[in-house]
Design a protein around this ligand. Structure first.
Ligand SMILES: [Zn+2]
Ligand SMILES: [Zn+2]
Length: 351
C-alpha cells in the first residue's frame, strides 16, 4: 500500500519543474509523516533537476530544507507526536552501524547516506522524493525538532545552508577569541556570518564587490576585505584561524592561504571538484596551514545548531515564493539574484 500525493518534479534534465502526482511508502513503525509547510531552495536542487552531476533519477522531486507539521507517527516512534513542528535536511537514512554513523557523523556513512531526494531507500530501494511536495515520510531518527518561536520560512534553510556552515565552525572550535573569515556571500555565506558572529568570533567577509559591505555588516561581519585589493589583503596576513570558503565554482585560493594563522585551516563547503589555479604549498609548509573540506553535518549536530538558532533567534534571510514560481527562481539563482535563499510556501502547491 502506498500513499498518492502531489508534488513538483522535473521529468527530465531539460523539462521545467511541473506538478506531479507520485507515491510515498506506507509509513513504517519508526516513520514520521510530515505535512510540508515550507521548503528551502538549494543550489543542489537546481543541479540535480538538470542532471549536472550525472546521477539524477526521473521524475525528480527536489527539496532538502523541509519544515512541516507532524500528521502521523508509526507505533514505534517515541520522539515526535502529531502536531509537532519538525524538519528534514539533506539525509533520510544511513547504515547506522559503521564508525562514522556510531559517532553521529551519518553524512560520512561508509555505505553512503541516503539523500532526501534522488536517493534509494535502504529497505525497499524505492527512489526518495524531496520536500517540494505535500508531505514527506521519514524515520524519526533523521527528523529534527524545530525550536519554538523560530520563524518557520526562515528556519527552513538552516537544514542545509545552516548546518553546512555550522559543522566546520564547531569542528574547528570557533568561539570567543577566534578569528574567522568567510569567502562568498550567498546562501551559505550569509549563514556563516550569522553563526560565526553568534558564536563570539571576530568575523571577516572576503568579497570582490564593495557594494556587499553594508549587508555583510548587517549579517554579522565585523570587517569586510576586498580580495582583489592587494593592500587590503596584505593587512590581514597571518590573521585567521579558519576560513570557510562557500564559493561553489573554482577560484584562486592562493590569495587566501597567507591570511591564515599558524595551524589555520581553509575549509571548502561549496566546491566539489578540482582547484584551479593549482595551490602553492609554500604558505602551507611555512605556516603549517591546512586545506580541508566539510559536508553538511550529522543529525545530532544539526539538532545542536537548530537549538542554538532557537536560543539566539537566528534564521536565514529568505524570499518566500509560490510553488509555481520555482522555475523563475532557478533562473534567478543562476544569476545570484536572491537575498539569500528562496523558500517555497507549500500552501501554494495546490492551485
Ligand atoms: Zn542543500
Ligand atoms: Zn554508516
Amino acid at each position: 500500500m502506498t500513499v498518492k500525493i502531489l508534488g513538483y518534479a522535473a521529468k527530465s534534465a531539460t523539462a521545467p519543474l511541473a506538478p506531479l502526482h507520485f507515491e510515498r511508502r506506507e509509513p513504517r513503525a519508526d516513520d514520521v509523516v510530515i505535512e510540508v509547510l515550507y521548503c528551502g531552495v538549494c543550489h543542489s536542487d537546481l543541479h540535480q533537476a538538470r542532471n549536472d552531476w550525472g546521477f539524477s533519477q526521473y521524475p525528480l522531486v527536489p527539496g532538502h530544507e523541509v519544515i512541516g507539521r507532524v500528521t502521523s507517527v508509526g507505533k514505534k516512534v517515541t520522539k515526535f507526536a502529531v502536531g509537532d513542528i519538525a524538519g528534514i535536511g539533506c539525509m533520510v537514512d544511513s547504515c547506522r552501524q559503521c564508525n562514522p554513523c556510531k559517532q553521529g557523523l551519518e553524512q560520512y556513512c561508509e555505505e553512503g547516506n541516503i539523500q532526501t531526494y534522488n536517493g534509494n531507500d535502504r529497505h525497499d530501494h524505492s527512489v526518495t522524493y524531496g520536500g517540494y511536495s505535500q508531505s514527506i515520510t521519514c524515520s524519526e531518527d533523521f527528523v529534527l525538532k524545530i525550536p519554538q518561536g523560530l520563524e518557520l520560512s526562515g528556519a527552513a534553510p538552516l537544514l542545509c545552508a545552516g548546518i553546512t556552515t555550522w559543522s566546520p565552525l564547531r569542528h574547528w572550535n570557533i568561539g570567543k577569541g577566534s578569528k574567522v573569515a568567510i569567502v562568498g556571500l550567498g546562501g551559505l555565506g550569509h549563514m556563516a556570518l550569522k553563526l560565526a558572529n553568534a558564536l563570539g568570533a571576530e568575523v571577516t567577509l572576503f568579497t570582490r564587490s564593495a557594494n556587499k559591505e553594508a549587508d555583510a555588516r548587517r549579517l554579522g561581519a565585523h570587517h569586510v576585505i576586498l580580495s582583489n585589493d592587494p593592500e587590503q589583503m596584505a593587512q590581514v596576513n597571518g590573521q585567521f584561524d579558519l576560513i570557510i570558503d562557500t564559493v561553489p565554482y573554482t577560484h584562486d585560493i592562493n590569495l587566501y592561504m597567507p591570511t591564515l594563522t599558524l595551524d589555520g585551516t581553509l575549509v571548502f563547503v561549496g566546491l566539489l571538484g578540482e582547484i584551479d589555479p593549482t595551490v602553492s604549498t609554500v604558505s602551507m609548509v611555512l605556516g603549517r596551514r591546512s586545506i580541508a573540506g566539510s559536508c553538511i553535518g550529522g543529525i545530532a549536530e544539526t539538532q545542536e545548531m537548530l537549538d542554538f538558532c532557537g536560543q539566539y533567534n537566528i534564521t536565514s534571510d529568505v524570499e518566500v515564493i509560490n510553488m509555481a514560481e520555482i522555475n523563475e527562481a532557478y533562473e534567478r539563482m543562476l544569476k545570484s539574484d536572491v537575498k539569500y535563499r528562496f523558500v517555497i510556501d507549500m500552501a501554494t502547491l495546490r492551485p
